[in-house]
Design a protein around this ligand. Structure first.
Ligand code: ZN
Length: 399
């Protein structure tokens, strides 16, 4: 199993210079190769294959000797591979078009090999032994190491390790359904009771501070020293927001994973929701996507299972007692009475219970296509768009 461990680095002044040269070379080559790809496409209408811009390297190193002297060669090879990946992600609709890199943003380089741990230092080729703070011992084979520098001038190494991670975690065996929301971040149903975790609204707490600093930054002359200073101050606020958000998401996902064996969540179309301008800011702030990722990899480490329910499953509109589906359930309705069985529902409690029940049903069908299951159910209501298809036998797909 692969695990990534992030450690803070404290390079000396000389090492910072060496790292910044490597960042510079990697950035330069990325921009050069990206430009070559764009030019090639404009001229021929075809994409430049990986081996073409990788093949440019020996000639470039002759033309620009600093590419050879200032940067470890495998780092540049990685740049080529990453550019190729970025293009693939773009063509397969997972990401936007690769962008040129700027020295003002986060810097990072990858070492596919030859980074070793020496005492409490990380030995990096062409940089030397850099002081590092390890929060846990690193056991197993070191694969890729990514060195990065944040806009606030902090250095980190993300170390990918292959090996047997110790499985000494507390292991609950519950099946829980999680409904994600804005007012309450997560509403968790474990079959017996409901727990609500309120949304800490990380960005909101820093919003005024951020706005004030951004305003000042906008007034500074481009390229001036004080602009640079304010750029860093703004980056610092962003860093604080993102750190506190990640901290919250890590702690909550750890708690839920420790309690359970199966976690059921709705497959949220976060992108589509962010387009709703009224909600965009709060949705981007809560970090649902990141939360589901955290749950997923933590569950995998203990052989648990994440079940995602199709996003067309009417979790809010279905009565969890009698399965009656109401036609409409506007966002502002927090409590309602089922017209069929007269049960009084709290909107979110009812939804989390439905999510859990649906997840159990999917599991009992052997992990059938959740989107399909959801769509079948919603047929009793009204047909909704979806990508699910029924195969000839009419049975669910197994994935
Ligand atoms: Zn009912």
């Amino acid at each position: 199993m692969l695990t990534a461990i992030k450690v803070r680095l404290y390079p000396s002044h000389e090492q910072q210079v060496a790292l910044s040269k490597s960042f510079g070379c990697a950035r330069w080559y990325w921009n050069y190769a990206l430009n070559a790809c764009i030019q090639h496409y404009e001229n021929t209408g075809k994409t430049l294959p990986l081996k073409s811009y990788k093949g440019l390297l020996p000639q470039l190193k002759v033309e620009y000797p600093w590419l050879k002297s200032d940067c470890y060669s495998a780092v540049l090879q990685c740049v080529a591979i990453n550019l190729n990946k970025a293009y693939a992600n773009f063509f397969e609709g997972r990401a936007r078009f690769p962008r040129f890199k700027s020295k003002n943003h986060k810097q990072s380089i990858q070492y596919p090999q030859n980074v070793t741990i020496v005492g409490d230092c990380l030995n990096i080729p062409k940089v030397g032994e850099v002081k590092a703070v390890f929060h846990r011992s690193i056991e197993g084979k070191i694969k890729t190491v990514t060195i990065s520098k944040t806009p606030t001038d902090k250095y980190y190494a993300s170390i990918l390790v292959e090996g047997n991670s110790k499985n000494n975690q507390i292991s609950g065996d519950k099946i829980i359904g999680v409904d994600l929301g804005i007012k309450d971040f997560a509403i968790v149903h474990d079959g017996e009771q409901v727990t609500k975790y309120s949304n800490p609204k990380h960005l909101k707490r820093h919003e005024r501070n951020l706005a004030r600093k951004q305003k000042k930054l906008a007034r500074k002359v481009k390229g001036s020293k004080s602009r640079n200073k304010f750029r860093k101050l703004v980056a610092k606020v962003h860093e604080r927001v993102s750190n506190s958000r990640q901290d919250f998401l890590h702690k909550l996902s750890r708690k839920l994973v420790n309690e359970s064996q199966v976690i059921v969540v709705e497959n949220l179309n976060v992108k589509g929701m962010v387009r709703n301008r009224k909600l965009a800011k709060s949705i981007s702030d809560v970090g649902w996507g990141m939360f589901v990722n955290f749950i997923d990899y933590k569950l995998k480490a203990k052989d648990g299972q994440l079940v995602e329910i199709g996003r067309f499953f009417p979790s809010s509109k279905t009565c969890s007692c009698c399965n009656h589906i109401v036609d409409e359930m506007p966002l502002e309705v927090r409590e309602w009475d089922c017209p069929a069985c007269k049960t009084h529902h709290d909107r979110d409690e009812n939804a989390s219970k439905n999510i859990r029940t649906e997840g159990i049903q999917i599991l009992s069908m052997g992990g059938g296509n959740p989107v399909l299951v959801a769509q079948r159910r919603s047929k009793t209501n009204k047909p909704q768009g979806g990508r699910a298809s029924v195969d000839e036998a009419g049975s669910p797909h197994f994935c």
